[in-house]
Design a protein around this ligand. Structure first.
Ligand code: SF4
Ligand SMILES: [Zn+2]
Ligand SMILES: [Zn+2]
Length: 164
């Protein structure tokens, strides 16, 4: 005894590209006794059109499409800028790249500090010394103290102005 499947009764619906029709076809497949084997056959045959075994064309194509090989998460070798940022994007931790980053940041600070010293020391320089965990040099300390003194003077001036 052969079964009459829902799709045999309304083939157009099973080959429609309209979303509403496809939803109806999928619902029809749910009532079909052949659903599991039908779906497997469609996948095995890499079927690309029509609704089969409760899967729409789109769903079938996704099942059938060969999986793209995942790109290696770190394209460049560790200890470089692209490797470091690759890890950051992928939320990975890497000791080599972390050490590279620390060293780079440190080198940048040394370069910036040299620029501040060429200007005769500055408050920026004072902050850089602090970030590098070292005692500020006399020039930068002086610039920082002057900045603080200036800020105090301004504050007092504002206070007098408000009081008056
Ligand atoms: S499961 Fe296959 S045979 Fe059954 S209705 Fe859906 S498409 Fe037709
Ligand atoms: Zn790395
Ligand atoms: Zn300094």
């Amino acid at each position: 005894m052969s079964v009459i499947t829902p799709c045999q009764m309304d083939p157009d619906l099973w080959f429609s590209t309209l979303k509403a029709d496809q939803a109806q076809a999928v619902a029809g497949c749910q009532r079909c006794p052949l659903m599991d084997s039908c779906q497997q056959t469609a996948i095995d045959n890499k079927t690309q059109s029509g609704t089969w075994g409760g899967l729409t064309e789109r769903q079938l194509r996704r099942r059938v499409a060969p999986k793209k090989p995942r790109k290696p998460s770190v394209p460049a070798s560790c200890g470089t800028s692209s490797a470091y940022w690759g890890h950051v994007r992928n939320k990975e931790s890497c000791d080599t790249c972390a050490a590279w980053r620390t060293a780079t940041v440190h080198a940048d600070r040394i370069r910036l500090l040299a620029e501040e010293h060429a200007k005769g020391g500055s408050r920026n320089g004072w902050q850089l010394h602090q970030r590098m965990g070292e005692q500020p040099c006399d020039l930068c300390r002086q610039a920082h103290n002057e900045f603080q003194a200036e800020r105090r003077r301004n504050r007092n001036r504002n206070r007098t102005a408000t009081a008056a």
